[in-house]
Structure formats: structure tokens, C-alpha cells
Design a protein around this ligand. Sequence first.
Ligand code: RIB
Length: 307
Amino acid sequence: MSGKIVILGIFVADTAHRAERQPRMGETILGRSFALGPGGKGSNQSVAAARAGGTVHFITRLGRDAFADMARATWRDAGVIAEVSEDTESYTGSAHIFIDDATGENAIIVSPGAAGRISAADVEARAALIGGAAVFVTQLEQPMEAARRGLEIARAGGARTILNPAPAAAVPAEMLALCSYITPNESEAAGITGLPVTSVSEARKAAEWFQNHGVGAAVITLGEKGALYHDATQSVHVPACAAGPVVETTGAGDAFNGAFAAALSRGDDPVAAVRFGCAAAGISVTRPGAAQSMPDLAEIEALLARG
Ligand code: RIB
């Protein structure tokens, strides 16, 4: 029987343009293709966790508009329980995503709109839900203060807490100490610690930095090199789990975080949960889009069974 996963974060509509390169300032270039779809790290992670078998509540703020309708349809289809404050004075946000047609890698500008107004008071209003979570997850696309209050309430209630520090920002020491797990990618780990993170051994040094700053365990995702799990008793490099050719990397970190949370919520040990997360990410990159690329439990289990 799985415990409840509560995720705090943002939904935005992703506008994804595939092109050979990014335009220079003042230049217009022709793209190869365009797609509109559901995004936002917190929402993507919620969809990933629910599709991977978790019971997921997602706390956010939306406007009242067509993108809000897209959000609600996305959560309904994935089985995510929406905990939404409607903000009629703002709008549901959007992300501009450039996808390199050759590699599938991306560069993103995200404008959170209403979700950029999520406050500590909004989080307080969901204190009973957060306090009863088995696993609580948040990121840094909504205001830091809301993330901090969520981590505090979850920790006081005995939840395992996951901070996905994306986009990278200076995280105050008292907030790091509230994290059972921190899950940066290489560039976020480098940005926060000030250390280079381009290899597994450098990731281990960054993980030690996180531990020295009060985090329970660091889980540093390393793209095609997999992920490093590092706590006080073990440091384990989990290789990537390739499912096929890379089409688009948008949402791969979210696939990892959502699946990692789902595995923890059903009682997997953290290294097994990292393996499960790597498999989910390995599948997501073979598909276009963010939320639409999240695999279901059977697909993740089938890939892990292939070994
Ligand atoms: O992690 C990928 C997500 O980051 C995209 O879906 C985009 O919306 C941004 O929030």
C-alpha cells in the first residue's frame, strides 16, 4: 500500500519549437516544427509519479483561461488529484522551449504567471494534506518561501522530503536542512555548490557539499551518465537506463523525480528508487513533449526487467 505523495509546484503550457539553432537577437529563423502541450516541473513530476503508480496530490495556482483547462485535463487523464487555487487576477503561465533538432536538447524560458504568486499562506492552507504525506516534493519555479514552508510542514509531519532545485538558485542553509533528498542535475549542482560537476567523481564532491550543509542524501542526475546517490553510509553510481534513441530531453528530470517519489512512496529503498527514476527518464527522452512523455508503471518495469 503506497503512501500519499504531495507535490507543490507550477503548471505552464509549453510552446516547443524544434529548430537547427536558436536565433540571435534581432534575427528571425524558420523552425522545423511546433507543439503546444502541458508542462511546468511540478505538474510534470505529478503526472510522472501518478503514471508510475503513486497516489498524487498537486498543489498549485492557475488563472481562469484555456491553459488552465489544459492543466485540469492533463491531471484528470493521469489521475492526479488537483489542489488548485484559482487566481482571477493573473493568468496560467507558459514556457518557451527551444529544442535542438539534432540532439533533442533544450533551452527554456518559463513564465509562471499565477503560479508565480503561490505564497506561504497558500501552502499553510494545505497544511493538513502536506502534514499527512509520505513523500513531499517541490522545486524552485514558484517562490522559494512557499517551497520552504512546504518542506517545513512536511518534515514536521514525518514525510520524506525531496527538493528538486530547478531552476538553480541559492538555497538557504535552513532550507537545505529540511531536505531528505536534493535532486539537482549537473548544472544545478554546480550552480548551488560552486564546484565543477562534469563527472561522477566531481558529482560525489558536490554531494558531499550538500551533506555538509544538512541534506539527508544528494541524488545528482547526470544525463546519459545516469545518477549518483550519496548519503552518510553509501555512495552509489546508477548508470542510465537507455530505452531507445533520444528524441527530446524536455521533462526527463521531471520523469526521474516523479518516478523516484513514486518508488519511495511504496517503500522502495532509495537506491532502488533511483534505478526506477533512471528507467522512467530513459523512456521519457524517447518521446516528444514533457508531461506527454511520462511512462506508466508497466513500461518502467518492462525496461528494468530487460536489465
Ligand atoms: O522540466 C521541464 C519543464 O521545465 C518544462 O515542461 C517547462 O515548462 C519548464 O517548466
